[in-house]
Ligand binder design. Structure first.
Ligand code: PMP
Length: 398
């Protein structure tokens, strides 16, 4: 249905927003939204075209799992559509407290606190723990929310080259700040590789620094009970702040920070992104709780995910396409140039496979890529088809 709208006149020439867009276009960085009509399944309809989905973080297929969806419905029926207020006013519902207990238990932590998104959790945790005069040591490929958390905290920030332990140690030796916090993704979201967490914890302990790990892409995917890379590497108790999302492998929305009782108390009292925002809606909480149950009870979903990841990795390698060693369900194919990447993304979609092109500032200049991700719900045949389509597309692009 057509709708009437009134064109807003720019307040002055400085407000020519079309010119801002033209600059973005000129740099080959213009982004637009693609619409998927239906759930994040292995096969979707994207902008009206049927395609295999190979860029979702719905790693275990839980976003559209019937039991998870039913749990969301049940929570909405019992608690309503929204939580009505910020957590510190009247927005803490029994379902929030229950989820926090469940996460703490899963993570082997004293406490957990749920945030409205991973972005909120990272901003709030860093800003709570460090401030002016403190130092954050941050991997150069950390997620934007960690980078923005450092900005909000107003602490000094030293960015170390990706996974470079020698550089990290040099920074630790030179540091004279009261508090030093090392911040890293456990699995790097656009690279698919893992941080050397054992060595980072060793270094931190030697130099009296604390460690914060973002398990957005480890949660549900790694560790004997699926709680993340910290669990897999037996680092519980050595990481001050374990953050993770409810929105990727867990298929819902929101995030958590797990750690000591003092940490969560401090977050409730200081984290601006916790205090000044509305509590997570009941449906999201109910869905996340059901998803964690499934992750713990059904390790076979993780096995299927890893079997699929190995199959796609083999197909990509067999086609002579360069990618990273297999460390997660994220398999980037770096094409370098922005325009070439977006052309490859379009050609791939024409061949019936959707893997989004990723450009700066999400990735460093000159490393634009197709970020290919696998899900437990892909069939062997779908993975073979994707492998063939990728092989043809990348051959054309190089
Ligand atoms: N950290 C990492 C590593 C991520 O990949 C993401 C999601 N893109 C986030 C944090 C933010 O999480 P959310 O989408 O829940 O805001």
């Amino acid at each position: 249905m057509a709708h009437s709208c009134r064109r807003v006149r720019p307040p002055g020439s400085a407000w020519n927003l079309e010119a801002d867009i033209a600059v973005i276009r000129g740099r080959g960085l213009y982004r637009h939204l693609r619409t998927i009509d239906g759930p994040e399944d292995a096969e979707v309809v994207v902008d009206g075209r049927r395609a295999l989905l190979f860029c979702s973080n719905n790693y275990l297929g839980l976003a559209n799992d019937p039991a998870v969806v039913r749990a969301a419905q049940g929570a909405a029926e019992r608690y309503g559509a929204g939580s009505g207020s910020s957590r510190l006013i009247s927005g803490t519902l029994a379902i929030h407290a229950k989820l926090e207990e469940q996460i703490a238990q899963w993570k082997g932590a004293e406490r957990a606190l749920v945030f409205s998104s991973g972005y909120h959790a990272n901003l709030g945790a860093i800003q709570t723990l460090v401030g002016r005069g403190d130092l954050v040591l941050s991997d150069e490929l950390n997620h934007a929310s960690l980078i923005d958390g450092c900005r909000l905290a107003r602490a000094d920030v030293r960015v170390y080259p990706h996974k470079d332990l020698e550089a990290l140690e040099r920074e630790l030796r030179a540091a004279s700040a009261r508090r030093v916090l090392i911040v890293t993704d456990s699995v790097f979201s656009m690279n698919g590789d893992r941080a050397p967490l054992v060595e980072i914890c060793d270094l931190a302990e030697r130099h009296g620094a604390a460690v914060m790990v973002d398990e957005a892409h480890g949660t549900g995917v790694m560790g004997p009970s699926g709680s993340g890379l910290v669990e897999e590497l037996d680092l519980r108790g050595r990481v001050l702040v374990e953050m993770g999302t409810l929105s990727k492998a867990l298929g819902s929305f929101g995030a958590y920070v797990a750690g000591s009782r003092a940490l969560t108390e401090l977050l409730v009292n200081r984290a601006r992104t916790f205090i000044f925002t509305t509590g997570l809606p009941p449906a999201a909480v109910g869905a996340a709780a059901a998803a964690i149950d499934i992750v713990q009870r059904e390790p076979e979903r993780r096995s299927r995910l890893w079997r699929n990841a190995r199959a796609l990795h083999r197909a990509i390698a067999a086609a002579g396409i360069a990618t990273v060693p297999l460390e997660s369900p994220i398999l980037p194919i770096v094409l370098g140039d922005e325009a070439r990447t977006m052309r490859a993304c379009e050609r791939l979609l024409e061949r019936g496979v959707f893997a989004q092109g990723i450009r700066p500032p999400t990735v460093p200049e000159g490393t634009s890529r197709l970020r290919v991700t696998v899900m437990a719900t892909h069939t062997e045949e779908q993975i073979e088809r994707a492998g063939r389509a990728l092989a043809e597309t990348i051959q054309e692009a190089t």
